[in-house]
Each structure stands twice: as structure tokens, then as C-alpha cells.
Design a binder for this molecule. Structure first.
Ligand code: UP5
Ligand code: MG
Length: 220
């Protein structure tokens, strides 16, 4: 801690124990992209194929909202409006899920969604992401997917979808730009069929997990 932003985070989130993953430093990959870009779909593939644990921040928040906790109604209202839930709430749930996962390879789906969440993760969790997978998709395609999803999500209606797009453009794209400036973004054309997108994803994760042994053979 020390910088102005760190001190602000410390004051706002005194309940969070910083860096408390009991000494573990798992490999973290952030998976970002607009609403309906296919984050959940690709994370499920990556988890199955590459042994990562998929931590879906939207699902963590929806579960918390359903649990009837003190923040439940607030979370539900924020999601209905397509707004970003206060970082201290999300990061607490995320920290708990990271601790409980027991895996040293974590995919964090849909987080950080704004600069404040990014800074809070850095200050509290103290893990730099290995890289950021950015699923790039047009709004037209994402809108069609979300309106066809039919899973009863309260935010899959045209009014909320428009708000979600706006939040993505205004708050999440700057996070992607930040990591891009650090050379950490792996951008993929996510407008193609899911299997084709996964082929591109596989190349990225394979090159990350490949190790060359002394004989020059690639170990996967
Ligand atoms: N589909 C997927 N890939 C396809 C492809 N290549 N071709 C054709 N169809 C494809 O996919 C969406 C739909 O498209 C599915 O029907 C799928 O089969 C199909 P999915 O994989 O679910 O896309 P995803 O990007 O995960 O879409 P999602 O709607 O989950 O993204 P959001 O970012 O909007 O939702 P999330 O659950 O992450 O967040 C919801 C809300 O929670 C936020 O709006 C916000 O209010 C709150 N939130 C926070 O406040 N803070 C956080 O840190 C996280 C969330
Ligand atoms: Mg999702």
C-alpha cells in the first residue's frame, strides 16, 4: 500500500484482507469482452481443456443476490440496470471463490469491469494477470445472441442490453486499453461460431502452457 489510490481502497474496504490467498499465487487470466461476446462459453471450454477453474463474477453476484444477503436487492437492481456493482462487494466474493478453488490456474470471467476494480484487485489480491483474453465482437452480433439466449436473465432485454453496451464501452474498454499498453492483451475475433473462436483461444493457451524440455521437445 502507499499510493493515493491504494490508500483510498484501504479506507473503502477495511473488511478485505489484502493478499490473503494463504500464500498462494495462482496464475490468473482475466477474460473480458462485451455482453454476449462468449466469455462464459469460452471459459467453460478453456476450463475443460486446460484445467483452469472458471470464476464467473456475474454468476457470483447473481448467486449472492439470490441468497437473500443484505446486499441481495442492491445487486439485483444494479444488474437489472446494467450497472457495475460496487467493487468492494464483487471483490469480496471473488476473493472467497479464489480461496476456495484450490486450483493454481484461475480464469476470471467478466472482471475487472472498470479502472477502480482493476486497481482494487491489484491492491487487495496482489496478483498480476498472466494475460487478458479479449473477446472482440460487434454489438449487432452480441445483441442477437443475448436476445436469443432465453435463460431468463433479467438483463437480457433490449433496454438493459443497451445500457450494458454503454458501460462496456465507457468503463471496461479503458481497462482493456490499460492492459494493452502493458502488452498483456490477447485479442480474438469472437464474432465467429463458438468452435472457431475456441480454435483461436486454444492457440493462445497452448503457447502459454507449452514448455520446452532439455531435448527441445514440447511438453503440453
Ligand atoms: N454464444 C456464445 N458464443 C457464441 C458464438 N461464437 N456464436 C454464436 N453464439 C454464441 O454467450 C451469450 C449467448 O451467446 C449464449 O446463448 C451462447 O450460447 C451464445 P455467453 O458465453 O454467455 O457470453 P458472455 O460474454 O458470458 O455474456 P454475458 O451476458 O454473461 O456477459 P455480461 O458481461 O453481460 O454478463 P455478466 O454475467 O458477466 O455480468 C452481468 C452483470 O453483473 C453486469 O452487467 C453487472 O451489472 C454485474 N457485474 C458487476 O457489476 N461486476 C462484475 O465484476 C461482474 C458483473
Ligand atoms: Mg457470462
Amino acid at each position: 500500500m502507499g499510493s493515493v489510490i491504494d490508500v483510498a481502497i484501504e479506507e473503502k474496504m477495511p473488511c478485505l484482507q489484502e493478499g490473503s490467498l494463504t500464500g498462494r499465487k495462482p496464475t490468473v487470466v482475466f477474460v473480458l469482452g462485451g455482453p454476449g461476446s462468449g466469455k462464459g462459453t469460452q471459459c467453460a471450454n478453456i476450463a475443460q481443456h486446460f484445467g483452469f477453474t472458471h470464476l464467473n463474477t456475474g454468476d457470483l453476484l447473481r448467486a449472492e443476490s439470490r441468497s437473500g444477503s443484505e446486499n441481495g436487492t442492491m445487486i439485483q437492481n444494479m444488474i437489472k440496470e446494467g450497472k457495475i456493482v460496487p467493487t468492494e462487494v464483487t471483490i469480496k466474493l471473488l476473493q472467497k471463490a479464489m480461496q476456495e478453488s484450490g486450483n493454481d490456474k484461475l480464469l476470471i470471467d467478466g472482471f475487472p469491469r472498470d479502472d477502480g476494480s482493476r486497481a482494487a484487485f491489484e491492491a487487495v489480491i496482489k496478483i498480476e494477470p498472466e494475460f487478458v483474453l479479449f473477446l472482440d465482437c460487434s454489438e449487432e452480433e452480441m445483441k442477437t445472441r443475448l436476445l436469443n439466449r432465453n435463460q431468463g436473465r433479467e438483463d437480457d432485454n433490449i433496454d438493459t442490453i443497451r445500457k450494458r453496451f454503454k458501460v462496456f464501452r465507457e468503463s471496461t474498454l479503458p481497462v482493456i486499453e490499460y492492459y494493452n499498453s502493458k502488452g498483456k492483451v490477447r485479442k480474438i475475433d469472437a464474432g465467429k461460431p463458438a468452435q472457431e473462436v475456441f480454435e483461436a483461444v486454444k492457440i493462445i493457451f497452448t503457447s502459454k502452457s507449452e514448455k520446452v524440455n532439455r531435448c527441445g521437445c514440447i511438453i503440453l
